[in-house]
Design a protein around this ligand. Structure first.
Ligand SMILES: [Zn+2]
Length: 195
């Protein structure tokens, strides 16, 4: 039995402290040298994961040559690749390591940024009435309202989230969708760090 709680960001603080890597106390973009290090680490681990998936990186056939190389790359299955579950998991976890490292280097606490991104992604689903299936509307603040009837079903309804997709499978964002406001999250964390 291992009762150690899963606290990945704190673990990476411990790691970075041990290895004398800079951790910012409040949100701020790191210096160029640190940004280059962080970008290389994230890029390398992403490529390790691509390999673990039995995939590789190629230049898109449609590339005109006018775009920068970084905009011509795409990931494809590699017929000569060797997909491997251990490499796959290793790639995933190493990406968590370097991503939490990048957040620590920029003085960002993952949780409130994560919650905002999760909220935004979930808001792409359409809220429907659990009783009559009508699409719900935005109410006051974050609340949802039943269309056309303030006291629909005697108020005894709840929201059921459903995906709406186009014929080509692309998700249609709900009327209650709102993008992740990470600027607000960063400003809040800055205020808290300086309080
Ligand atoms: Zn209803």
């Amino acid at each position: 039995m291992n009762d150690k709680p899963y606290r990945p960001q704190e673990d990476i603080v411990t790691l970075m402290t041990q290895f004398n890597q800079e951790i910012k106390a409040s949100p701020e973009l790191p210096d160029p040298e640190i940004r280059l290090l962080r970008a290389r680490l994230v890029f390398e681990e992403a490529l390790e994961f691509v390999k673990g998936c039995g995939c590789t990186v190629t230049r898109t056939a449609a590339a005109s040559g006018a775009e920068a190389l970084i905009d011509q790359l795409s990931v494809v299955l590699d017929p000569a690749g060797s997909p491997d579950l251990v490499e796959y998991v290793d790639g995933c976890v190493d990406q968590l390591v370097v991503t939490y490292g990048a957040l620590n280097a920029a003085g960002i606490k993952a949780q409130s940024a994560w919650d905002e991104v999760q909220r935004s992604n979930m808001s792409k689903a359409w809220p429907h009435c659990s009783v009559c299936d009508a699409v719900l509307e935005r109410g006051a603040g974050p609340a949802l309202a039943h269309p056309d009837d303030a006291n629909a079903h005697g108020g005894d309804w709840s929201a059921v989230l459903k995906l709406h997709k186009r014929a080509d499978g692309k998700v249609i964002k709900s009327p209650t969708y709102s993008p992740a406001d990470l600027k607000r999250v960063i400003e809040e964390q800055t205020r808290q760090a300086n309080a």
